[in-house]
Design a protein around this ligand. Sequence first.
Ligand code: ZN
Length: 331
Amino acid sequence: MRNLRVAVPELSPLARRLVTGAGDLIGAVTSGNRRLCILNYHRVLETADPLVTDEPDLVGFRWQMQLLAQCFNVLPLSEAMSALAAGTLPPRAVCITFDDGYRSTHDVALPILVEFGLPATVFVSSGFLNRGTMWNDQILETLRSLPDATGDLSEFGLPDQSLGTVAERKLAIDRLTQHAKYLPPQRRHDFIVKLVQLAGDGLRDELMLTRDMVCNLMRNRVEIGAHTVTHPILALLEDEHARQEIEQSKHQLEEVTGEPIRLFAYPNGKVGLDFDHRHVAIAREAGFAAAFTTGFGATTSRHDPFQIPRGRPWDKTPLMYALRLLRWLAH
Ligand SMILES: [Zn+2]
């Protein structure tokens, strides 16, 4: 496993004691109905990427994990869900999750998780194991590959979009992603196929986990959860198609891991927009023990176990990050 030790900002010993003490106080006041913060990551970038600004790089991820190891009780997600139901959550309870099944969860995040002794869960879209690139990354990598002078994106709905600066290129990626996200599946497929042609044959195809990496994650305290086969917006599918996506991802991952897959995360994860009560019922019937959204805030025992929210502090310093976690645990 790689050595990814780099210098990172951290809390002073005094600040650590204050955060831990405040967390214990919140835990005492809320005992009987303690809250759980479930953090939701996707990729961890080996170096900062100006075109991917909403995921941490190695330095950011490292100080976040160090902070969690120093000041919070990081639990395996299945164990935390059982403790939540039984009313036995410890104070300062946090879980770490990653969605989609990016290779960087294995290559960049795992060595840091192992170093700090932290468990995690990776929700894998099973259709991308070993090969393939998710549609949003096809947009990203296509736009990254285009020369500055590419003038005309009008056939993709961006008639005046320049790519002359990083900010303009990022804006084009965001606009194309927003446009494609809620297209019906076949239209989105056609849109992406046409767009990718702009890149010639230069697109990378090495962003996602392999089957061997999934097994290695499991050997290192990482639980595998399902996240559909092709990562569709479930609400846009016929019910039978949605059921296939949910059930097949469970079966395919059970075949890869040799273990029952007990947890599921809804793609995109916004209740009412990306999925609804039909998909909650399907996840329940498929035999999962719990399912996770991207709704805001911390979890209590009052939440439906098939609509558990996850989020992540967006703060850029350890102290502010810790304070926001405390606020969510106290709220
Ligand atoms: Zn996802």
